[in-house]
Design a protein around this ligand. Structure first.
Ligand SMILES: [Zn+2]
Length: 91
């Protein structure tokens, strides 16, 4: 398994530099966090992607991720998780 799909509340980030170093990211990160379907890569790739921490079972994984889908609201995210058997994390 090279990647894990998980639904998580994420700040909107526009590039890998993140809100600490990028003005545009900072502005976007101040907006409300939205549930996103993210794909966390277990091996680091060639492209610099933003990083996130997830828990799978009792394993803590820190890896690069891509945003696959952004949900309009919490209900959308929960329905998608059930219908597509995706993990959803509320932490
Ligand atoms: Zn940025």
């Amino acid at each position: 398994m090279d990647s894990i799909d998980i639904i998580k509340k994420m700040p909107s980030i526009h590039c890998a530099r993140g809100p600490k170093r990028c003005k545009k990211c900072k502005i976007m990160a101040e907006e409300e966090e939205k549930f996103c379907l993210i794909r966390v890569h277990l091996k680091s790739g060639k492209i610099a992607r933003p990083m996130t921490e997830i828990f799978v079972g009792c394993r803590r994984i820190y890896g690069e991720y891509d945003v696959v889908k952004i949900f309009k609201n919490d209900r959308d995210a929960k329905e998608y998780a059930i219908n597509n058997k995706k993990d959803i994390t509320f932490s």
